[in-house]
Design a protein around this ligand. Structure first.
Ligand SMILES: O=C([O-])CC(=O)C(=O)O
Ligand SMILES: [Mg+2]
Length: 220
């Protein structure tokens, strides 16, 4: 096997671990309680989609939402990583969207069922190019934004996170061993809203990266 290059982490087939309700303003807009411990869920590697390919609206949803998030790419694996050593396990970052079938998620919540079909479908994890660690010296203070058809919908700063990146790495690794190539989605700020077929999504991390994706229907 040839050596894998972390800058193409989406090809590694590793875990995508997502943190929910990590911004109080987003928890409030969906009328959810502010969590006292991180809320975790997973997406499979088949959720990845890269610029140039469309985000496909699952046939079973009529309320597909965008959630812009900072992704943390793990470079060195570990279990029970102390917060003080957590940043040594980070290779870099990626701008990510946690595409969410909100109607399905609402149904799952009301029935007490898992969110899998709301969160883990094909193309539910659009990602930017890999951002080397050095390009974001303070990941706890970067501005994220997202526009739909040139209209600003989300704008937030990672300083608003309830649980910091070192805390999340340490917390997750107590239960789920982290491996090189894993990606952690750190939650979304407020402003989530519905997208439709043919919409153009543009998102960025201020001064670091931008990306754009088109929304499409899968061919029947
Ligand atoms: O679906 C949700 O509201 C939870 C979530 O992913 C987030 O807060 O980023
Ligand atoms: Mg999310």
């Amino acid at each position: 096997m040839t050596a894998q290059n972390i800058s193409r982490f989406w090809e590694w087939g590793r875990k995508i671990i997502c943190v929910g309700r990590n911004y109080a303003d987003h928890a409030k807009e969906l009328k959810n309680a502010i969590p006292t411990e991180p809320i975790l869920f997973l997406k499979p590697p088949s959720a990845y989609v890269r610029e140039g390919s469309p985000i496909l609206v699952p046939v079973y949803t009529s309320n597909l939402h965008h959630e812009v998030e900072l992704g943390v790419v793990i470079g060195k694996g570990g279990t029970a990583i102390p917060q003080s050593a957590a940043m040594e396990h980070v290779a870099g970052y990626a701008l990510c969207l946690d595409m969410t079938a909100r109607d399905i998620q609402d149904e799952c919540k009301s029935k007490g069922l898992p969110w899998t079909l709301a969160k883990a479908f094909n193309t539910s994890c659009p990602v930017s190019e890999f951002i080397p660690k050095e390009s974001i010296p303070d990941p706890g203070n970067v501005k994220l934004w997202l526009k739909v058809n040139d209209r600003l919908r989300q704008s937030g700063c990672t300083s608003q996170m309830i649980f910091s990146i070192p805390y999340l790495i340490s917390y997750i690794s107590d239960f789920i061993t982290l491996e090189a190539g894993d990606l952690i989605l750190t939650g979304t700020p407020k402003g989530v809203s519905a997208v439709q077929e043919h919409d153009e999504l543009q998102a960025g991390i201020e001064d670091v990266v931008t990306m754009s994706f088109r929304v499409d229907r899968p061919e029947q």
